[in-house]
Design a protein around this ligand. Structure first.
Ligand code: PLP
Length: 397
């Protein structure tokens, strides 16, 4: 393992300068500055009026642009009558999630968004300065949290085709076994949109010592349409040291309402529970129950999202720009030039696109908005980028 791929709290340095890194050459230690927790506030939007905020095409945070369906809005509206209560009926949210996955409620822990759960897992499993191992770029909040609390993150580069290098992860896990806290696998991965195949997940779990916890972040599970992919929940049922996280922020359109959860063995959930806040509102608990029941709405969102994604990727290809194949509600397009000024150019046109994900400094992450937003994106892309020149730079892999 190259020391350069180790990030400690001491070395945790911010700075957009990191965005200038070149993949393969750039040490990962400076890369966590592109915080996964950026909110519109961080992006200067706080200085804009609400009308300006509303006017943006918001294709930067992998949100569901359609909002919660009527069934969920109705359930949440009804739940407002509990706004003044602590001991309110919660609609049976934990039981509903357990039933969905065929596990017991003891296997479920709720959180205010899955991001909170990622922090809980980081805090729980890095006691005694244990390390986390994963890839970069990925959902960097995991590394950002553990390095800001106490521990080290060891991040491995993606493969040439932007996939997660499972044999390398196994090797690193064995090498650092003595002080390894947990492994992080984002499946599908954010920001690349690529899956880890079901065979690769099995290889990983079979290839590492059985007691190493593996956090498998399935935030984008609901958008996957790929027979090589499978959820890792069955590994929990098998009794493995696997923790699967899910969120209601993406397909269920409840990002602003904050609800997520972990599925794991009962003893693992008990280990994590003391670190969880449990600060989840009555309203979103009822909304979550209704969302789980409304599979029709989710199927509609999935279909329209995939259709728009493929149409947009096709349009960009027509202009000469290749995109990384995606199984999520976002994708990355190779610009063949630095992404930072392009992000700013989009912003000037009222379009918020993804932040930089070093070391992929020539890739732009585009979330799939609604049809009108994607139309605005396509028009703006052509104006900003024009048709691609043949060849171009090749450092954006
Ligand atoms: N995991 C991944 C891979 C994400 O992309 C996100 C948000 O974008 C999260 C977790 C956290 O989302 P939330 O806290 O809204 O559940």
């Amino acid at each position: 393992m190259d020391e350069n791929n180790t990030v400690s709290r001491r070395k945790f340095v911010g700075g957009v300068a990191a965005a200038a890194g070149v993949m393969g050459l750039m040490p990962t230690r400076n890369l966590f500055a592109q915080t996964a927790r950026m909110t519109p506030r961080d992006l200067e939007i706080a200085r804009d009026t609400l009308d300006e905020y509303d006017s943006y095409a918001k294709i930067s945070f992998n949100e569901n642009p359609y909002g919660p369906p009527d069934s969920v809005l109705k359930a949440m509206t009804k739940a407002f009558k509990y706004a003044n209560r602590y001991g309110y009926p919660d609609g049976g949210i934990t039981e509903a999630i357990a039933k969905l996955h065929g596990v017991s409620p003891d296997n479920i822990l709720l959180s205010a968004g899955s991001g909170e759960m990622l922090d809980v897992i980081g805090t729980t499993f890095t006691q005694g300065n244990r390390k986390v191992i994963g890839v970069s770029p990925s959902y960097m909040q995991v590394y950002e949290h553990v390095t800001s609390v106490r521990a080290e993150a060891i991040t491995l580069p993606l493969t040439a085709d932007y996939r997660q290098p499972i044999p390398d992860l196994i090797k690193a896990a064995k090498q650092h076994y003595r002080d390894l806290g947990f492994i992080y696998l984002c499946n599908p991965n954010n920001p690349t949109g690529r899956i880890v195949t079901k065979g690769e997940v099995r290889d990983l779990l079979d290839g590492i010592p059985a007691d190493v916890p593996v956090l498998i972040d399935e935030a984008y599970h609901h958008f996957v349409d790929n027979s090589d992919y499978a959820t890792s929940v069955p590994y929990v049922l098998e009794g493995r040291s696997v923790i699967v996280t899910r969120t209601f922020s993406k397909i269920a359109a409840l990002a602003g309402m904050r609800l997520g959860y972990a599925i794991a063995r009962k003893d693992i959930i008990q280990q994590m529970r003391p670190y969880s806040m449990g600060s989840i509102s009555a309203v979103v608990k009822w909304g979550g129950v209704a969302a789980l029941a409304d599979t029709e709405s989710q199927a509609r969102v999935k279909k329209v999202t995939i259709d728009l994604r493929q149409q947009t990727i096709g349009y960009l290809k027509g202009l000469g720009y290749e995109s990384i194949p995606s199984d999520t509600n976002f994708f990355m397009v190779h610009l063949k030039k630095p992404v930072v000024p392009v992000i700013e150019a989009f912003r000037k046109k009222g379009i918020l696109v993804g932040r930089p994900f070093p070391p992929m400094t020539e890739h732009l992450r585009v979330s799939i908005g609604n049809p009108e937003e994607m139309q605005r994106f396509q028009v703006a892309f052509k104006e900003i980028m024009g048709a691609a020149s043949v060849g171009g730079s090749n450092n954006g892999r």
